[in-house]
Design a protein around this ligand. Sequence first.
Ligand code: FAD
Ligand code: SF4
Length: 326
Amino acid sequence: MHPFSFTKAADTRSALAAGQRGGRYIAGGTTLVDLMRETVERPETLVDISALPLRKVTVTERGGLRIGALVRMAEAAAHPKVRTLYPVISQALELSASAQLRNMATIGGNIMQRTRCTYFRDVTAACNKREPGSGCAALEGFNRTHAILGTSDDCVATHPSDVAVAFAALEARVHLLGPDGERSVAFADFLLRPGSTPNREQSLKKGELITAVEIPALARPLKSGYLKVRDRQSYEFALTSAAVALHVRGGVIREAKVAAGGVGTVPWKLPAVERHLIDERPSKVLWTQAAERAADGARPLEHNHFKIELLKRTVERQLRIVGGTK
Ligand SMILES: Cc1cc2nc3c(=O)[nH]c(=O)nc-3n(C[C@H](O)[C@H](O)[C@H](O)COP(=O)(O)OP(=O)(O)OC[C@H]3O[C@@H](n4cnc5c(N)ncnc54)[C@H](O)[C@@H]3O)c2cc1C
Ligand code: SF4
């Protein structure tokens, strides 16, 4: 580990000031410290933000939900409002990491976590994300777990967060605070596709702090859920996953929110699947036909062709679970 200095911010103002001076925020520390041990990350100053007042879950005036950036994953998953309004968020969190990690790790830290690409974590391998311009060892390497959607010639790594898939499906907004004040960004614009600059992963400005993630109010009743497919049943990142939320009234689907994980360089919203569902009556055939659109535009690599079929089946199964099979 490279030497670094450590400071604990007592309030938001001092955190922002330290962030402006180049300090790196640390919340639960469950992923940043690992990367520092492996010398993938080498911040000179860590700014502990765990004492900031960003630990509330609140219902917004419009009936949406605001989850503070420092709410622990376990707290968010168990919160009664999250469970009842958006089960897809609770389920995505409960299928993430381990109980110990969920007790430490925060919502802000979770969406900021970096890829699990093994070459990214091996400082001897070529990796444009870690070392811009050095190449991408995964392109010709063992790329079984890598992305099939949103890739570029420079990087094919997946975004590993589960709850980010639920946030993408529900069209959440990320609230930010910087020296120029507050702003909010649509979740779809917060995490960046790699393009030719895979080292730039979020649309954060220097020293900006995530304060909360807000999920907009959606028509009720809203049925939702998350399905995660992985190599083993616990403590494993997704090969594919699907977050689905459906509003059915009068026997017809009026709203459909669908996104996939484990397949995209960012959590992958599936508008073609959503469009196929709207104004239709739930049925087994509908789920199959809609899921056929899940892999539109996919570009598989040598070792991950299987993800195309697996993705379609994951989406179909989760549509059936959430929407029923009449
Ligand atoms: C063994 C293992 C298995 C895991 N399995 C899963 C899994 O299956 N699914 C899954 O989704 N995740 C998984 N994770 C990842 C885990 O969920 C993350 O480590 C965790 O959510 C990070 O949160 P943290 O608060 O500890 O972040 P930290 O490690 O403190 O920070 C992570 C990053 O976020 C930045 N950051 C944190 N808070 C803020 C903020 N408010 N504003 C701006 N920047 C901020 C930090 O600067 C840092 O870059 C796993 C992790 C491990 C170690
Ligand atoms: S896929 Fe991306 S993260 Fe992995 S080695 Fe290539 S550039 Fe690095």
